[in-house]
Design a protein around this ligand. Structure first.
Ligand SMILES: [Zn+2]
Length: 300
């Protein structure tokens, strides 16, 4: 089976990700190649020598992460390192213009992964150029003990988080996504720091300020909704608001392991994050554009 056929089959199985822009890109992609552990399906416009070098660098990082986080790496068909696919679409992450339109997968997600599935191997597909090095780290961490020790997250704790943060009762809330995203960003800063010789604290401080700005923008948006109640069809709230709380308590966050502990940290900060936010409105009147790019250094 060609790489294109395989990718199309996987995308078709995952109906949430059958975006028009993505299927068009896959149809027009004229290069398929393997660079390190990453299979790339791309348009030749994206396949520059600099891009190839970058993919090779990211491949080496993924191999390190697999070792550090005890993700199986034996060279056989059923380990995640043999099933990593990158489709570098140029489409950017943007929130819908209408303030009451829920943020969807199409607006923010950059990839997806299956950890376990019956009869098929686990797989990672990353389908945006924007921030692909960080997104690959995020998807890898779903295969690590960070993820397995968070499952299951008790329903009563989810309900408590929804009440504290003003989220509709019927929305799927996965706080795990905020935990995985925060760890992915810490690792991304670590690699960039090691490779470029920039202090990690400098990079993390920049990411924290970016995360706080995004959280303020999202919470401003939430305030304008009926009853201030948030609803979405993806994990934007966990990616943005919960991540901001975690980055603001990073030392404590990095010692936590269980859903109980993460829930306690989030609840302790629920009031603080709202008070902090009410100090300024960062979305100007008549301007609802909200870029959903997650990081400053996620492309490095
Ligand atoms: Zn995720």
């Amino acid at each position: 089976m060609s790489l294109r056929e395989l990718v199309k089959e996987e995308l078709a199985l995952s109906k949430d990700y059958s975006f028009k822009w993505l299927s068009e890109y896959v149809d027009n992609a004229d290069i398929s190649d393997r660079i390190g552990v990453i299979h790339v399906l791309a348009n030749s416009r994206e396949m520059t020598p600099a891009f190839r070098m970058q993919v090779a660098k990211v491949s080496a990082r993924l191999t390190c992460v697999a070792r550090w986080f005890q993700i199986p790496i034996e060279p056989n068909a059923h380990t995640i390192l043999s099933k990593i696919y990158l489709i570098p679409c140029p489409d950017k992450r943007m929130a819908p213009d209408a303030i009451d339109a829920p943020i969807s997968e199409n607006d923010i997600n950059g990839g997806f992964t299956y950890i376990r599935r019956s009869g098929k191997a686990p797989i990672i597909i990353v389908f945006r150029m924007e921030e692909f090095p960080k997104v690959l780290l995020h998807e890898m961490l779903h295969h690590s003990f960070l993820q397995s020790r968070m499952d299951p997250w008790q329903m009563d704790q989810i309900a408590e988080l929804k009440r504290a943060f003003g989220i509709t009762a019927d929305m799927d809330l996965l706080p795990q996504e905020g935990v995985i995203e925060t760890w992915a960003e810490v690792l991304q800063c670590f690699f960039v720091s090691e490779e470029l010789g920039v202090p990690m604290e400098t990079l993390l401080a920049e990411e924290k300020s970016n995360a706080n700005r995004m959280a303020r923008e999202l919470l401003d948006r939430q305030k304008k909704l009926t009853g201030g109640l948030w609803h979405e069809t993806t994990n934007a709230y966990a990616y943005i608001v919960f991540r901001s709380i975690f980055l603001n308590s990073l030392e404590e966050f990095m010692t936590l392991e269980t859903p109980d502990q993460y829930t306690a940290l989030l609840l302790k900060n629920a009031g603080l994050v709202n008070a902090h936010t009410s100090q300024r409105g960062s979305i100007r009147a008549g301007d609802n554009a909200l870029a959903l790019r997650m990081t400053r250094f996620g492309d490095f």
